[in-house]
Design a protein around this ligand. Sequence first.
Ligand SMILES: NC(=O)c1ccc[n+]([C@@H]2O[C@H](COP(=O)([O-])OP(=O)(O)OC[C@H]3O[C@@H](n4cnc5c(N)ncnc54)[C@H](OP(=O)(O)O)[C@@H]3O)[C@@H](O)[C@H]2O)c1
Length: 352
Amino acid sequence: MSELVIYGSYGYTGKLIVEAAVDRGFDPVLAGRNREKIDRQAAELGCEFEVVGLDEPKVLDMLLEDATAVLHCAGPFSRTWEPMVDACVRTGTHYLDITGELGVFEAIHDRDEEAEAADVMLLPGVGFDVVPTDCLAAHLAERLPDADALELAFHAEMGVSRGTAKTMVEHVDEGGAVRRNGRIERVGQAHQSRTVDFGWGHDGMHAAAIPWGDVSTAYYTTGIPNITVYMSMPERAARQQRIAGMFSPVLGLPPVKAGLKWIIEQTTDGPNAEERASERSYVWGEARTADGERVVSRLRGPHTYSLTAETALAVARRVLDGEAPTGFQTPAGAYGPDLVLEVDGVEREDVV
Ligand SMILES: NC(=O)c1ccc[n+]([C@@H]2O[C@H](COP(=O)([O-])OP(=O)(O)OC[C@H]3O[C@@H](n4cnc5c(N)ncnc54)[C@H](OP(=O)(O)O)[C@@H]3O)[C@@H](O)[C@H]2O)c1
């Protein structure tokens, strides 16, 4: 098998991905900036490793020179995507990451032509954000090709990892976002609510709009120009988000963000193995045409972090097998709506 580098391999999610990769017969090269942590992880798993910071372009190039692809797991990606994409373009290495950050998808989309010229694929978002939602969006678009509006929602029984919480803090002052007439528009935090029937015993749930990655990617996958993404949350939490939105200039101050990240460091561990094994994730989507025709489909699958590891490796496997369309790609754009069904325990049903 050709070579896969996993960067950020000792973070919470990187570790899950690396362990699943070794389990499934990949032979990944582990990489990250902390020698002690990389050393220990590589010794435990019997993997090759390289210690390299993202601010060391020459060493990064050496790391990627013989690799087919890198799976970048070091976030917040708003701070880490660029040096890695630069190195991939320089060395002709396919780029995968597990970002969920709207601005990162858009910034990587802007590198499309450069990636085409370098013969590399840039495919951000190979985790829970955005594989299941992107696949559902593509499925709905196939069912209703004239759709001009798309609503997606997810319900995840979860706590979040330290890195995810810090990434949320990174964007806490940016408010919400939707796509209208093909353009991304900034809106207030949780500006819209609705009730969603996620199915499998999770009907009638309250959900509020969030600036999820699909506001960027579902448009590139489906061409549908109006997109809103919701996350299940109690009405009270949506109200609190709207109130917090009024304080976003304060929340955006560097000392406030640093304080919030410090609190996360002290209090957040991420879901444990038992929680990951017992809890599930749910995705719902509706596509509509201008004259009122509609289709609704939904998915359920493993816990968000387990699903992230599995979808990331499903994509990595395709890439190492030589299936890597060049330029900027989305998961379902590159591999079709059924990509997510390759993961054990994922089911999809058409409701309307
Ligand atoms: N798409 C999805 O569904 C999904 C799922 C899970 C996670 N994520 C995202 O993945 C990211 C990581 O989450 P996590 O829970 O694994 O976080 P984590 O446990 O905090 O791990 C973060 C990793 O990134 C590394 N890192 C951070 N900044 C770096 C930099 N500037 N240079 C080099 N390495 C850097 C850290 O290394 P050090 O310890 O050396 O700092 C660590 O290895 C977050 O952005 C999260 O939102 C997305």
